[in-house]
Design a protein around this ligand. Sequence first.
Ligand code: ADP
Ligand code: 5SP
Length: 468
Amino acid sequence: MALVAGVDSSTQSCKVVIRDSATGALVRSGTARHAEGTEIDPEIWWRALQEAIQAAGGLDDVEAVAVSGQQHGMVCLDEDGAVVRPALLWNDVRSAAAADKMVSEAGPDGAAYWAEETGTVPVASITAAKLRWLAENEPENAARTAAVCLPHDWLSWRLAGYGPGSGRAGLEALRTDRSDASGTGYWSPATGEYLPAVLEQTLGHVPLLPRVLGPLEADQRTPSGALIAPGTGDNAGAALGVGAGVGDVVVSVGTSGTVFAVTDDPSADATGLVAGFADATGHFLPLTATLNASRVLDATAALLSVSLPELTRLALTAPAGAGGLSLVPYFEGERTPNLPDATGSLHGMTLANFTRENLARAAVEGIACSLADGLQALRNLGIEARRVILVGGGARSEALQHAVSAVFGLPVTVPSPGEYVADGAARQAAAVLTGAWPKWTAASESVVKADAAPEVLARYRRAAATAG
Ligand SMILES: Nc1ncnc2c1ncn2[C@@H]1O[C@H](COP(=O)(O)OP(=O)(O)O)[C@@H](O)[C@H]1O
Ligand SMILES: O=C(CO)[C@@H](O)[C@H](O)COP(=O)(O)O
């Protein structure tokens, strides 16, 4: 039995799954937490990966490994391969003004320019905006930056034995894949080429960049001999994990709330709502992402002094619409819509409806409504959802499952609880090993069909329109 490993190095934690490359059967797994924050020393990811690998029984009997990671993180390396400064993560908004300048510098049609050139209109999350921030605020660090890569690139590079203490700077050994490169703002999904002019405009010079591997390409191994697959951005990993195809829309509720589809052609949304990413198989992954998803559940559960399952139970005892309460969940500012300085707000409070149950329900419905706006943005590009698949840690909540179905007005397919990003990475590792995408047995799933509640979304949109 040939074993493969899949890694999900996400915002909150690192998950490792070891699977049978032929059948996909789960053999072992392990997890480890990451530190909080939107600016992280990558060594924290490396230590968590080592801990999760150890918890999963190690990689010595594994023949291939792939790493999926949180997208966009800015990892700057000096000429010796050392990290120049802590990585700025996808959800760090200090680069919002830099992103705005990049758009305005492109002229009156700046948004359309960036959408056509890179697939995405820059916002704070995009790596290029973080590089611009670095050049403007930490010029010495920008000057020391000899190479730039992403979280999954850097972890794959470390797995190959490069980095601190290895005695090998190894910058030329950095590798990435199309899906994660497409989130940088300096690589074009349409042409498959890096855009040096963007790096000159942002970082101020063109650093060494990871070679973009093809979907089944691998040219490095771990010290124990396991092939290292290209890896993916985490959403492309989730698409692999659930076997998403054209016509499927995946909704992921983790730290980020994402709504994405698999398409045959690249997208270029000048409104900036949809990021025109690439997927991990050679196709494309138009995607909307919010800053406020599962952590809204965490915050509400903490406020009510209940566990997450208890929060779900409270929310399920309230009626759809939470008695008229609407929570606009812009707790950390918001990316989609691009309101980095916005804050959250609660609307429609009365003495009658201000209950624990309605507040729990309003939190769940607020997340679902923000995701419904993401689905609408995809629809505005002509992308229809024949099937909606709900994943991420938040998908464990039956209340959220029902709210997504009610607010979307669609049935929602919910795979059995699992780590679908790591599963997708494992599937890529198996594909690299055999040269073909394996047909693994799909996880069991349920389909949730709630009564449509368009009035909940309409009321939410009226409330969200007042957010500044
Ligand atoms: N039973 C549950 N009900 C609701 N949410 C849950 C439950 N279990 C975990 N979560 C949510 O899952 C989130 C972590 O999901 P995950 O997809 O691992 O995040 P990320 O990929 O961003 O690291 C937590 O913030 C938590 O709110
Ligand atoms: O920025 C995006 C997608 O553009 C996020 O989806 C990040 O990739 C973080 O993912 P999670 O940690 O929330 O899974």
